[in-house]
Design a protein around this ligand. Structure first.
Ligand code: FAD
Length: 507
């Protein structure tokens, strides 16, 4: 096939149109960034993968209107709880403030991926399905990607920035100067969808036996999701197709008796191999989602983490590309997100060890089980799993709430009541100023990325002025009575310089 050279330019090329890539592309496009998504697959894969979404990922999607929950709960001191497992054991109760929507939702990854893909297309993202990135060439002022289409025709695309959302085998990671830390697999797991003619033969939910674990999400009216976990070493060939005989034998082996399965489909192998990128940025190249971190898919954390990577990086690229923020702002992406993934890799490795039924792991199991019966330890682990413990590093002068996720309060504004989630839907920063501070609000803070919202009253336990980042975290909080210098500094640091007076009048 003859190679055809067609040079194109875009501001951001997103390699990989999985859920993370599509969400990121939408984030950028909300601000008019010229973004191209390059995705090898012609359509969204129906292979079952993620299905569990936790509080902080749910809140993050709700703050873009991608998930919507009815208003109603206004008592932010009320806590919602949901039982959850750690290493398969029913040790956790996940919690979140009642104003934040559900603690947990079940949603097939394919459905979310399709919704994010449609959203990106609707917003005007250029999506090139059936196109595969083959090479990347970084230069000081941009990156050139070599892309082939489904007919093998080669094109080159030049971008100011490239984000690798291209999953575990990321070409962006392997072509860039990215260091990783890796932990080899110790076990093997198989997933499949099958009918159970005799559902009583397999226990629903998590089942531990001396030979391993099974997980059954039972569907009495159709195909059930079944996962087998065995701890006698990894598969020699993880890509080898799974036959019905192999899958059935593993289920029978673990359960210790025959389980009849029918119509097995959508099989896949996975294990507890972990990889974490030490750096998420190499000049104009970035990594997000599985390209940056892969681990044992336990506790529903991989995609949850990746979605939050996308939202963290999106507005920072916008601030640099559109509002003159310093390129150093982009380093805060790695500083904020890499420790989150490191914690996920650690806790999933611990869970893999705990699930290993061998007797030498009994002491570890007994010790951790006992630890998690203490409320403090329990709450810490539960909040790590669902992201509720996440607070980004912040300097003291940014106020005591800086770095924390702002609660989804319902606020009284001149336009009527509105939730924080609704205020953030457009992906812009929001400066909340309570009525009693209005006289001190400095008009010089006018900024193209910031909506100033006057609110009747901000709850007593919060400062009267709060600057929210587009991802819902507090950039600065305090009072304007002593002057607005601190706030102005925070605006410049996070979003670039405010508009000069002359331009402001035109905007
Ligand atoms: C069995 C299982 C269960 C899981 N359950 C959960 C769960 O409940 N909750 C949770 O949070 N996570 C879960 N995960 C993890 C979750 O599936 C992943 O974290 C998620 O898929 C990562 O999304 P991504 O967009 O980063 O990468 P991917 O989904 O891997 O998407 C990457 C995309 O990049 C494309 N691509 C790759 N290379 C190129 C290239 N060179 N050019 C163009 N395109 C390219 C691929 O075609 C793909 O579409 C589970 C995983 C498994 C295996």
């Amino acid at each position: 096939m003859a190679a055809q050279q067609v040079d194109q330019h875009c501001e951001v090329a997103v390699v990989g149109g999985g859920p993370v890539g599509m969400l990121l592309a939408g984030e950028l496009r909300l601000h008019g960034v010229d973004v191209v998504v390059i995705e090898s697959k012609l359509e969204v894969s129906r292979q079952p993968k993620a299905g569990t979404y936790h509080a902080r990922a749910i809140q993050t999607l709700a703050r873009r209107g991608i998930l919507r929950f009815p208003l109603g709960e206004t008592d932010h001191t009320k806590i919602s709880r949901e039982p959850f497992q750690f290493a398969g054991y029913p040790w956790l109760g996940l919690r979140t403030a009642a104003v934040e929507g559900p603690v947990m939702i079940g949603l097939a990854q394919a459905d979310l991926e399709r919704a994010l893909s449609e959203r990106a297309a609707t917003l005007g993202v250029t999506i090139r399905r059936g196109h595969t990135v083959r090479e990347l060439h970084s230069m000081t002022d941009g990156v050139v990607l070599t892309v082939t289409d489904e007919d093998g025709v080669e094109r080159s695309l030049r971008a100011n920035y490239v984000v690798g959302c291209d999953g575990a085998r990321s070409i962006v990671r392997t072509h860039g100067r990215f260091e990783t830390v890796e932990y080899p697999p110790t076990m093997r797991a198989m997933l499949g969808m099958a009918r159970l003619p005799h559902p009583e033969q397999l226990r629903p939910g998590w089942q531990q036996t001396p030979r391993g674990w099974t997980l059954l999400n039972l569907n009495r009216f159709g195909s059930s999701r079944i996962i087998t976990f065995e701890f006698d070493g990894p598969d020699a060939d993880r890509r080898k197709p799974i036959t019905a005989a192999e899958f059935g034998a593993a289920v029978d082996r673990i359960v210790g008796s025959h389980v009849e399965l029918a119509d097995l489909e959508y099989t896949s192998r996975f294990n507890d191999f972990s990889r974490l990128a030490r750096n998420y940025r190499d000049g104009r190249l970035f990594l997000a989602g599985d390209a940056a971190h892969v681990h044992f898919p336990l506790g529903g954390q991989g995609l949850n983490t990746g979605l939050q990577d996308a939202v963290n990086l999106g507005w920072k690229l916008v601030a640099v590309l559109r509002y003159g923020a310093q390129s150093a702002l982009l380093d805060t992406y790695m500083a904020e997100r890499q420790p989150v993934a490191a914690q996920v890799v650690d806790n999933t490795r611990v869970q893999s060890m705990l699930m290993n039924p061998r007797a030498e792991h009994n002491s570890l199991r007994a010790f951790i089980g006992d630890l998690l019966s203490s409320p403090d330890a329990h709450d810490r682990v539960a909040d790590v799993i669902n992201g509720e413990s996440l607070r980004y590093p912040a300097t003291e002068d940014a106020g005591q709430h800086a770095g924390s996720f702002f609660r989804n309060l319902t606020l009284d504004t001149t336009d009527g009541p509105i939730t924080v989630a609704e205020l953030l839907t457009a992906g812009r920063s929001v400066l909340l100023v309570s009525a009693r501070e209005a006289a001190h609000a400095d008009t010089e803070l006018h900024h193209g990325l910031i909506d100033v919202v006057l609110v009747e009253r901000i709850p007593e336990d919060l400062p009267p002025t709060v600057l929210l980042r587009p991802d819902g975290y507090v950039a600065w909080s305090g009072s304007l009575r002593g002057g607005a210098a601190g706030l102005r500094e925070a605006v410049v640091r996070w979003f670039g310089a405010p508009l000069p007076a002359a331009t402001r009048e035109l905007s």
